[in-house]
Structure formats: C-alpha cells, structure tokens
Design a protein around this ligand. Sequence first.
Ligand SMILES: Nc1nc2c(c(=O)[nH]1)N[C@H]1C(S)=C(S)[C@@H](COP(=O)(O)O)O[C@H]1N2
Ligand SMILES: [Mo]
Length: 539
Amino acid sequence: MPDRPRATATPPGSRPARPYIVRGIVTGLLAAAVALGVSQLAAGITGPVGSPVVSVGQSVIGLTPRPVTDFVIKIFGPHDKPVLLITIVVLLALFAAAFGIAAMRRPAAGFAGLAIFAVIGLVAVATRPNSAPVDVVPTLAGAGVGAWALARLARAAGAGAAGAGDTGAADTGAADPRAGDAPSYGRRSFIAASTVAAAGAAASGVVGNLLSQRSTVTQSRALVRLPPPVTRLPPLAGRTDLHIPGLSPFVTPNGSFYRVDTALFIPQVAPGSWRLRVHGMVTRELDITFAELLRRPLTEADITLCCVSNPVGGPYIGNARWLGVSLASVLREAGVKPGADQLLSTSTDGYTSGTPVATVMDGRNALLAVAMNGAPLPVAHGFPARMIVPGLYGYVSATKWVTDINVTTFAAEQGYWVQQGWTQRGPIKTQSRIDVPNGTSPLKAGHIVVAGVAWAQHRGVAAVEVRVDGGAWQEARLATVPGIDTWRQWVWDWDAAAGSHQLEVRATDATGYTQTGAQANIFPDGATGWHSVQVTVSA
Ligand SMILES: Nc1nc2c(c(=O)[nH]1)N[C@H]1C(S)=C(S)[C@@H](COP(=O)(O)O)O[C@H]1N2
Ligand SMILES: [Mo]
C-alpha cells in the first residue's frame, strides 16, 4: 500500500506497531465498557429485562444444552450463575479487545464489532418472554454512546493515521468536533480520553445499579400485612427437633433455604401489579389480584420442598411452614373441564412448569403460597406468590413469581424442564441423609451420635435404618412430625470402635416401601441410592 499516507508511528508493512495494539485493546475495552455502562444506566430506568447483560445471560441459560449445564453445576455448584456472568464478560472483553485493535486500522471495523454486540443484545432482549418494546432502548443507547466513545478514543489513539484508509479517518473525524485538526495521537491525549471514558463507564454503571435497586420490591414486601390463617396449625411440638449439633433444623430458616431457579437476576414483582390468571380448560376464567388473594381463606401447612437435582446426600431440600390459598379451591371456582390433566403455570420471567391436576385436587395442601415461616415470601423464593404442592419435586410444582395457570393437558404442553428431557410427572422419591457425623470433624471411639433427615413427602417416613461397614441394618429413633408432608429427623447411637468406617442410611415410607440401594443419577426423575459417609474413628 505504498500510495497510502502513513503515520510515522506505523512501520511500513501491514501490522500496526505495538503502541497501536495496546491502544487498540484499551479503546475496544473502554468502548465496550461505556456501552455496557450506558445500557445499565438506561436499564436502571426501563427495568432489568432491557439490560443486554441480563438478557444475554438469560438466553445463554436457556440455550445451553443440559449436559453442559450439568457439568457447570457439578463443578461450580451454586456459583454457576456468577461463573456464567464472568464467562460472558471475559468473552466480551476478548471480542472488544479484538475489535479495538481492528479499529486502529479501520475505525469502521470497530463500529462493526459494536454493531454485532448490539444485535446480539437486541435479539436476546426481544426474545425474552417478558420484554416490552421499551426494553430495546438500553441496548440502542449503549451501542450509540459506545460508538461515539470508540470514535473519540480511536481518534485520540491516532487511528486512521495508523495506516487506515480515508473512509476510516472520515468516520472518526465525523464524530469529533475538532475533526479538522490533525489527528492527535499523542500519549497524553489518549490517556486523557481513556480516563474520561473509564470514568463515564463506571459512573453510569454505578448509577444504573443504584436505580435498579431503587426499583426492587424489598420495600413493598416489608409493607405486606399477612391476614391470620383460617386453618391455623398449632406451634410445632418440641420433639420435631432433636437439637443435635450439625443436624438440619426441622424448620429451615428462610435465609438458608436452598434456592434453585433459572433466573439470573431475581424477578421483582410488585404486589400492586401482580395478578394471577387462571384460564384454559375452565368454565370460568379467573383474574385475581394480590389483595383479592389475601382476602381468601388462608391455610398454614408444613411442607418439605425438594429439588429433583438433589443428589443423594445433597443440600437442595428444605422445610418451611407455608401460608397460602388452597389451589384446589381456586380451581374448583374456575371449574376444571373434563379431560384437563395438567396445570401449566408460568412465572413473570417466562419459566413454566406442569403439575398434575389430579394431584392438586386429591385433598393435599397444594397452595398458592404467600408466606414462608411467618414472613411474606422472600423475593428469591417467589414474592409475592408461588405454588407449593406436597409430594412433588419443585420443577413440576413450585413455580415462583407465578402469574398464570393454564388448565390444559400433558399431551398439549410441556413445562420448561420437561422440554429439556426431565420426566413429565415428578413425585418425590423416598430418601434419607446423614448430617452428622459429616466425615470432617474428629471422632473418638465409644458413643457417637449419628443423625440426619429422611423424607417421603405425602407418604410419610415410617422407619430409618443405619448400618456400619455393610453390616446388619439397625433401626434409628425418629423425631415426631406434624404430618406426612415433611421430612423427619432421625438419630442412632453408635458404639464405635477405632478405625475407618462406612455409615449408610435408608428410609422406609408409610406405604411400606424401603428406599432402593440402586444408584441412579438425578436425571431424568431424581437420584436414588443410600447416602453413605466415610469416617475415621481414633482410639
Ligand atoms: N419461576 C421459577 N420458579 C421455579 C423455578 C424456576 O426456575 N423459576 N425452579 C423450580 C425448582 S426446579 C425448584 S426445586 C423450586 C425451588 O424453590 P426455592 O428456590 O424456593 O427453594 O422452585 C421451582 N420454581
Ligand atoms: Mo428443582
């Protein structure tokens, strides 16, 4: 390209010099940061769905094939979402650095890079089930201001002069009021422009986050007044809890209740705008506001919720005293038409779940729950209302932030996880877990307390047995329970000899079924097998 004007900073040849690579990287990263910061600022006003980061993350969750999700959850456990966000940011940074370097030669290449970002963001936002037209604004604003920042930074870096064609130089110049000047690619002006861009990106990001926090529902949750239950439970008898250190308390405090959902950011649903629509194969459609829901008779129920993804011995289970409206009474009011066998419930974020109608109508305490352990539902657990059905895994029953119940058939529709291959009906399997000893604290020969929890929701736990080193099964002592829908604590006194030992547990439910020792994976309908703990007992 001997006929092109060349900047002194660029040696002859096609590749830009080192300083241009560094400036290119800085330019790309800062332009992307400005774009994201501005989009967060705008999303702070229009709502989280409009945030391209949130929507791209959600889309990635939706599009990730199950084996990959399983792998990520296996490795990172509950940190899977931060890991996803970090991965997205790192990929974005790499891409931004690349288009920044390209912009040093041809600013148009930088704009093309930003445009690709914007298109990905717009597609993700537009395909969110709960997005509105206004939600494209943050991405467009971010892309626009990001492009402007890119032009300014590229000019300050001396791009265009760095061996780029005339088009590129004109592009950058157009965005700059001092376009007529000779390109100022001095170190000072680039550092100054970079500093302004970094400060602008950080400030808009911070203000955007503050704005979005302002719009959370924490305050309206604090204002909810729960009416007293019509069906009130007595306080839990003291003997539901054996009070053994390390044993899961009978009632799981809200703050330590496991959380499983596909939401990258917790849906913020104001009780004032919440409505539940019941429709489909019904004789009368219902449209219930939150105030109307609270005016209905409220029932208290002790129910242990469990995730189908809970591995043997795993943590995805918790027990709470729920307060809510009988789901069966709502359905009776709507009038379920013959032939309907599935309730397809949808949450504000588009998540769906299918529950058998027969299960909900068979007399058990299936609830539209509004409170958990005496407090309005925590936002992360579905505020202002969620479903809870004793005996069913959460993925087919416990829709949080629920706003729509479509009375339909299993043949016609499939819930979110069923579409991913999990079974359509998900009764909770009889299971048990050893909580203490946990294999980490030192043990001395002699009397050792072995304790844990067992569950067989809506059947009830009838017996729990423990064995040591594959020996004979020994019956554990059971705590009392308020009903058949909760887990049950158990304890077994072990006279332990020094050495290394394996402890195993199995439960028998009230139907007489003893938990199988055959190991099965969580997919497609829940894990089976006996939980075992390896311990070392010192003399
Ligand atoms: N809206 C919504 N509801 C949901 C889910 C979800 O991803 N989104 N996950 C379900 C699953 S798989 C489980 S196990 C329970 C977990 O409820 P928790 O987070 O309150 O423990 O919620 C259910 N309800
Ligand atoms: Mo789950």
